[in-house]
Design a protein around this ligand. Structure first.
Ligand SMILES: CC(=O)SCCNC(=O)CCNC(=O)[C@H](O)C(C)(C)COP(=O)(O)OP(=O)(O)OC[C@H]1O[C@@H](n2cnc3c(N)ncnc32)[C@H](O)[C@@H]1OP(=O)(O)O
Length: 169
């Protein structure tokens, strides 16, 4: 299977924050943002693999800045690395200033998706060839994050997590 670049999976969702999607402080509710991120990542994973994909884990989410009601929120997702059937998808979240359209990054997340067949069985996918410096940095760290996610899920023993162990040696 021919390798693909991360940009082939790029998925951009832009939407408003409406009053029904906010918390008591009139900022975007965390769960609503997670759903938007999951949707964008799922489309990116599907674009990369051209398969049915399912969310296997949410490895990291950082709510760095609140997102006020009325904001225009842009969620950008790209596959950062592919393994056998699983993919790491990186998602960056931005809001834009109404006057200047200057963008501020408010959040980022890292999701794992698995490509499956019609019966839900994992299937092999194409590899990723990163191009930009940021894509290369995310690609390099992805195996370490996969191992951490598998250890936390009880699917890998800490002893088997070679990339994680290497951090402390
Ligand atoms: C509760 C929900 O509904 S969540 C919302 C939607 N998500 C779902 O419905 C997914 C439900 N889960 C599943 O269908 C299965 O557990 C799957 C498809 C994710 C994994 O299926 P399994 O039969 O366990 O397959 P297997 O052990 O071969 O894992 C498949 C791949 O997923 C990876 N994987 C599984 N769990 C994790 C995890 N927690 N973190 C990172 N990678 C994971 C494996 O490392 C493997 O990767 P590789 O093929 O690239 O090496």
């Amino acid at each position: 299977m021919e390798a693909k670049s991360p940009k082939e999976s790029l998925t951009i969702l832009t939407d408003l924050v409406l009053p029904g999607e906010t918390n008591y402080l009139d900022n975007l509710f965390g769960g609503e943002l997670l759903a938007r991120m999951d949707r964008a990542c799922s489309i990116a994973a599907r674009r990369h693999s051209r398969r049915i994909v399912v969310t296997a884990s949410v490895n990291h989410v950082a709510f760095n800045k609140s997102v006020p009601v009325g904001s225009v929120v842009t969620v950008e997702a790209k596959v950062s690395r592919a393994f056998k059937s699983s993919m790491e998808v990186y998602v960056d979240v931005w809001i834009e200033d109404r006057q200047s359209r200057h963008r501020t990054k408010v959040n980022e997340g890292i999701y794992t998706f698995v490509a499956v067949d019609e019966t839900g069985k994992p299937v092999q996918i194409a590899q990723i060839e990163p191009e930009t410096d940021l894509e290369k940095e995310r690609f390099e760290g992805a195996l370490r994050r996969k191992q951490l996610s598998l250890v936390l899920a009880g699917r890998l023993t800490p002893n088997e997590a070679t990339e994680l162990k290497a951090l402390f040696q």
